[in-house]
Each structure stands twice: as structure tokens, then as C-alpha cells.
Design a protein around this ligand. Sequence first.
Ligand code: ADP
Ligand code: ZN
Ligand code: ZN
Length: 799
Amino acid sequence: MQKARKLAEVCLFGSIKKPLTYHIPDELQSPDLIGRRVIVPLGKRKQLGVITTVDVNFDGQTRPIDSLPDLQPVISTADLALCRFVSEYYLASLGDTIRALLPQPLTSQLSQRVQIISREKLDQLAIEGNALAQFVQAKSRGRSMIASHHLQSYSRAAIEKLIEAGVIEVDWNVQTTRLKEEDYQVERSEHTDPEMELTSRERDAVDYLSEWGIADLVEWRKTHRLTRKQIQELAAAGAVRIAEKPPFVEPLKPVTPREFVPTTAQEDAITALNSAISSDKFEPFLLHGVTGSGKTEVYVAAIQHAVKAGKQAIVLVPEIGLAQAIYLRLENVFGSSLGLIHSRLTARSRYEIWNKARSGKLQIVLGPRSAIFTPFPHLGLIVVDEEHDAAYKQASPAPRYNARDLAVYRAQKLGAVVVLGSATPSIESYYNAKSGKYALLELPERVDGRDLPAVEIVDLKQSFEKKGSGYLSDTLIAEINGAIEQNGQIMLLLNRRGFAPSVHCYSCGKKIECKNCAVALVFHKGRNRLMCHLCGHHEPYPDKCPSCQSNLFLYRGIGTEKMEEELRRRLPEIPVLRMDLDSTRKQGSFREIYMKFRSGAAKMLLGTQMISKGFDFPDVALVGIITADTTLELPDFRARERAFQLLTQVSGRAGRHNFPGKVILQTLHPTDATIALAAGHDFKSFYESEITEREELRFPPFTHLVLIAIESKDASMAQTVAESLGEQLAKSLNKLCSIQGPIPAPIMKLREFFRFHLLLKTRSVRRVTPILDEIVNAKELQNNRNVHVIVDVDPVDMM
Ligand code: ADP
Ligand code: ZN
Ligand code: ZN
């Protein structure tokens, strides 16, 4: 009789989406196989994956697992359960989900290594008859390192014994990813050997550092005309130190931030959070605090409390640029036990944060959405700052998760506390608070008794009728001059970059569109080109209209570039800075603009929504919203919510410290309800009106949405597939959801793909997704390479 084979399910990191079954050879048997990485045969090649299930039943042929590259699991059972949830809920493969969780070096071929840290102790143990020590001694043949798979047949206990005895260390062998020079700086070294032989150029370069301490690597190399090889030699000899640049602009406030006496409202919030943290139970909170109410202080106090109780904390921010205030406060308290994830980190540093977090060397990780997966052993607190922000949703690739929602899910599974904070909570979260699902904490006032800024609405129509006024109304100009007289600063929001949002032919009226996308090209005067803001395509300014050959064109609308020109013309004596994607593309330019404004060297800052969030400039007396209408007009059921958020956030930049703030809000719809409520800082009434409509129209939070996009370069094929998919879904899902469409997507063509949308509304995503999975992952559809079907659960981007 054949011995029953032990079988395992393995998720691969490659293109194969379904888990595959392999058998486990006897020599690889171990009690902790789940979550371990494996190398398995696939066709003629080897592939890396993770064991997700053992003791499975399977009748077919199986091949054996090749090897286990590591000595321990890379993913805990709790986190594997999280992956399962993400994969099922968001309809992504388990392999893709696990890959999103692990730092990149571990999903490519890398094995652990065993490093011998004390040869002496090793020899000693070997003499005493320790079998593993003898084996390592023999295998290493005098080298300090061996690959860990050699130890496969030894028990974990035996290996741990050697680790505890300080004989060996086991770690992943993560190579330094290639040095991207701009990300580094060069520093003076204390270990410079004065006797070291240097060329005169090298001497100059080293002397420069001993005088200045620090330099940008690229600039330093160029100024002193050194080769990369020379720099490596200098670093290797200890003459200089190469280090990654710190992630932020240098602290602008004193490095030791002020300690505050919390306000009563802050105190109440902190008490509630701290007692929840101490109770070791899941408790979700919504912290609704107006702009400038001191939410950061509340987070910091709760984090301190969690860490004191021996737990770890994750702090999510929508963009890392917003993290400066929190970072400075935490860094001051926690120093090196704070890990920061930002987009300029190398793969190696990311891996290091992951590894330090799982081994308990870090207590806090601060970062954007992916930080939600930090593998802390005793996660006690998750903070989601600006919880309403769309950036928490991963658009692509799969899994298309929302980190804010996963924060609540993960906290629940781990018995942790989660706090979602915002001045303008999402309708969904506020509904959860009102219905008792989350505890509501409120900071209704600004600290130090400062008032929220007064908002004045200006009718743009009237301004347009006046000759020479246009987007700069008389009221706005007068207020700008008034602010300057008091020596205050001014921030102006115009949420459109470029010079003119569209260019039209004068004779036939056609607007010039992108050749890849169904949108107007935006004129960028600085580059004298037309650009597509969706796909990046750009082309020279046209000579002739493509339809009628006329050579006269008209611009429509206004972007930041044109507004900057207008401001210089109308207010020539007030220097203006522009902050948008174009002006900050160059390395260091964001910082330069930020510093110039911060230092007061410039009085006026014009920008897109980039300037709306987080900034805490003390001297801003006036905020001008050039037009409030850009967001309101989008075809999205959340358009009003987004507009309310943007207007509130940007208004909140005014009057934070030294001046009472004032906001001028210009609009073509001065009587619009959303605009009036934003002007009155009236979140609660806005919520009430919005929630009523959401309920009537069966939109979230009363249902969940699933958006299915069907895309193809062939328009009629996209439509045909969308229609047949729609029919199938109607047949199988009509009891579980309502189905709208297919209709052409609001952006009907994107990057050459024609797009159709199907929208499902359901009360139970978890009942819909298994059926949906079968339909969209059916063979015929998967095999049709000319059509992509993308499923987005709880979508944020409806375009
Ligand atoms: P929010 O995130 O709610 O907009 P912040 O946390 O940025 O507000 O705080 C606004 C400003 O008030 C910051 O400059 C902060 O340092 C300061 N602040 C916070 N708490 C207090 C307090 N209790 N007393 C005085 N100032 C405070
Ligand atoms: Zn024309
Ligand atoms: Zn385009």
C-alpha cells in the first residue's frame, strides 16, 4: 500500500493565479510549514511561492516541493488570514495579495543565510558533541556564512539553540539594490585616517566635508570631479560616509517640539483612547476635529500610551508629505524605534523596516496605505489620519484594497484600537459613528480659542461681467491687498494645472483631444505643448486644426500657469510662488517653494490641491479659492463630498496662528447648498443632506458598490463583452444586487482602451464576490487577451 502523501497548497508569485498542490517530501516535513516560502518546480522552471495550506486532499498527480529557502515562516497565520480576506473581498488572487504584503526582495529569489558570529563558540559546541555545530563547522569550511537550506533537516529547536547561544544568526540575504545616486548624501567621517594617501582632488573633496559636514552626493561628486569608483574607495576606507538622504525637509520648528497642555476636548479624546488601549479589546473610534483642533496631539498621546503598554502602532497618512508634524513629534519621543515608509526608500530599506517590525525592534511605523500590512507581533493601535482621503484606496494593481477599511478589519481581528481622524470624515465613517459602530470623539474648536476663518462667497458671474476682472474679482484683489498691508500671507487654490484646460478651433469649434484618451489636451505655455493629464501624451502646439485646417485657436478656462501670469500682471508688486505637479517635478523644488513661503520670503502661494492639506503656516491671513466649481461638476456620486472636503481643508489653512483667518470663495454657483455649507463650516448639516440622498438612491453606506470595467482597444468588442457580461451577471446575481449598465465610462477612452462600466449595488459583498469571481474568471473571458475585465470593490474612482 502506498503511503499517504502529505500535500500542501502553494501560492506562486508569478502569473499563475490559482494555488497549486505539491507534495512535501519527508525531509522537508516540519510543524510550521504554513507561511513558509518554498521553491517549487513549474514546468521546466523553478518558482518561488508561499505555502498557504497543508493537509489538503487532492487526487491528481503532484510534484514535490523543491526546497524551503528560509528557516521560518515569512507570514504569520493571522496575516495569512488577513490575506485571505483581502483576496476574497477584493477579488484578487491570494498570490498577488501575499506579494502586496511582503517586501519586494522576498518575492524574488532570495534565500536566508546562516551567519557564523562566533567561530570560537561554534568550535566549542562542536567539541562538546553538538551535531548541528559539527555540521555547520564542516559545511562552512572556514567561511563565515552558509546558505540556510543546508540546515533543512535539522530541527527548529536545534537551530534556535545555536542562535540563543550567540553562535549563528539567520537573516535574509537582501542585496543592496542599485544605488540611485540622487537619493544619497555624503557626510564627514570621524574615522578619517590622516595618513591615508589621497589624490589632490580627493583631498579637496574630503576637506570640503570636514568643513561643511554634509553634501549632496551628486553635487559633491561633480564639483570635485570624482569618479564613482573613487567615491566607493573613499567610503570603503572610511574617509567619508555615504548615507540615504533623510526623507523630509529639515525640521523647520525647533527639534524639540513644544509640550502642550491638552485642551479639555483633547484630554477627553486621549482618555477614551487610552482606556480602550488598556482594555486589550477591539474598539473603533472616529475622531472628528475641525482644522487646527490639535488632532495630531491626540494621536501622539495614544501612541505613547500603546507603546508604554508594550504594543506597537501603525500610523497611516494619505501622502507622506503630510507626515512631517507627526514624524517630528514621534521621532523626538521614540527615536530609532520609529520606522518611516516613504516613496524614496530603497527596496532594501523597506525590507529592513518590515524585518525590524516583525522582530519587535520597531514600535511605530508611519507611512502611506501599504503600511497597514506592517507585521507587528503585538499591534495595539492603528491611526488613520485624514481618513476620508481617496489615496487610501489602491487603484492598481490588484489587490484594490482600501487601507482605511482594512485598518478597521485588522484591528478587529487582533483586538486592537483603531482611530480614524478627519476634519471632514467620509459619509461612510460618520454614518458608522452615528449608528454606534464607531465611538465618536469630537474636537469642535480650534486650540487656543482661535476661530475658524470667516468665509465670504463671491459670485464669479458678476466678476466676469465686469471688464478686466475675470477670475480675480474686485473683492479678492481688495482682500489680497488688505492681507499684505497687515503683513500676512496669502494662499490661492486653483485645482487645475497648466495654462488652459482646453484649446478650441476658432472656425469649427472642435476641441483638440488626446489621441489615446477621450479628453481635451491641456495647453502648457511654459513648455509650449499640449499635454494629456491622463496618459502623459504631449504634442507641439498645433499649426492647423485637424478638422478644418484653420490656424486660429481659442483657449477655454484657466489653469495655475495662466493664473500666475494674471497675478503678476494685476499685482506686480506682490511676488507669487506656484506649487503644482509641474513646478515641483524637479528634485528639491517642492522643498524650495515650501521654504520660500514658510520663511516669508514670498507672500503669496498659488497651487492645486497640493496646498490644501496639512500645511500649518502661521502667517496665512487669507485663503482665496479661485473657483470652487472644478470638483463639484464631476460625474461622481461623491462629487459634493469631495468638494466639501477640499473647500474645508483649504479654508482650514487660514488663521491658524498669528492672524484671524479669512477665506474668499469664488463660484459660479453662489447659492449651491454644498458651497454654502462649506462656507459655514457646517459638516453636520452637510452630512444630514448627503445621507438622506444616499439612502434614497441606495448608495454607500446603505449598499456596497462593485464597479466592473470592461476595456479593449476595439470599441465594439468592449461593448459586446460588456453586454454579455451584464446579461450573465443579471442571471446569476439578480437576487443579490442591482445592476446598472453597461454604459460607456465617464472617461470613455483611456490610454487607447475603450471602456465600459457595469455597476453593482449590493448589501453583501461577501455573497456576491464568489459568484462574480466565477463569471469574470471564466476561461473564455480569461483567454480573450483583447479584453480586460477589472473588478473594483468599494470603488473610490468612478471615472
Ligand atoms: P489638526 O491636525 O487638527 O488640524 P494640528 O494637530 O495640526 O491640528 O494642531 C494645530 C496647531 O495647534 C499645531 O500648530 C499644534 O502644534 C497646536 N496645538 C495642538 N494642541 C495644542 C494645545 N493643546 N495647546 C496649544 N497648541 C496646540
Ligand atoms: Zn477647426
Ligand atoms: Zn491621453
